[in-house]
Design a protein around this ligand. Sequence first.
Ligand code: SAH
Length: 254
Amino acid sequence: MDIPRIFNITESAHRIHNPFTADKFATLGAALRLEPGARVLDLGSGSGEMLCTWARDHGVVGTGIDMSALFTEQAQRRAVALGVDDRVTFVHGDAAGHVSDEKVDVAACVGATWIAGGVAGTIALLARSLRPGGIILVGEPYWRQLPPTEAVAKGCLAHAIADFLTLPQLLASFGQLGYDVVEMVLANQDGWDRYEAAKWLTMRRWLEAHPDDELAGEVRAQLSTEPVRYATYTREYLGWGVFALMPRLDLRPI
Ligand code: SAH
């Protein structure tokens, strides 16, 4: 079981597999006022940077689940490097349908909402692992500017304009699902550059090392076209953020 190999190639050198940077995860961790011993579940944990740095900086404990064997191994190595491997566990597996045995203080899916069929399904899945009073974290793209045509949405590698909402629409949608938005930290274009441009050097070096690989043609094509595509479309039109949510259900109107 694994994700398509192309991602394990292009993102092999990434510590963070989305447009967040280390300072954004630090900002988010501080914004959430995490307590030592707080329990965190991370579905689609990638190379584990969020859990590992929050374990180091805030003393959280937790589990990450990811379908990439490579990213999971990198997460385990990162935990050892940061001296937090006694607090965090990384499991290689499918996070679809995963509910933790013990309820958690923070249930997160940061940039992998397809695992439960979209934002609403992912929130519903995370809610099943959440203790009362806990916080759900969802990382998701939104349109910084609405694409003027469907072709522009495709240029952003979306299937359609309807794939994403604008930021106000996305925030409103959380309310419609019965959640308060209690915090948010947004990526910026420098963060997008770290996520996208970092793939280019990785691809170049991989091509030099694997000229005869069956994916060499695909990687060559991506390296040739991605910088201009990215600058034309994704960098201009797509935003990305992590949204902290608490269910409204337990609140009674006064
Ligand atoms: N949250 C991480 C990774 C985001 S990228 C970070 O912030 O860096 C999306 C991740 O979802 C990738 O690591 C990918 O391997 C993982 N993934 C994709 N499908 C999955 C599935 N069904 N179950 C678990 N992880 C999955």
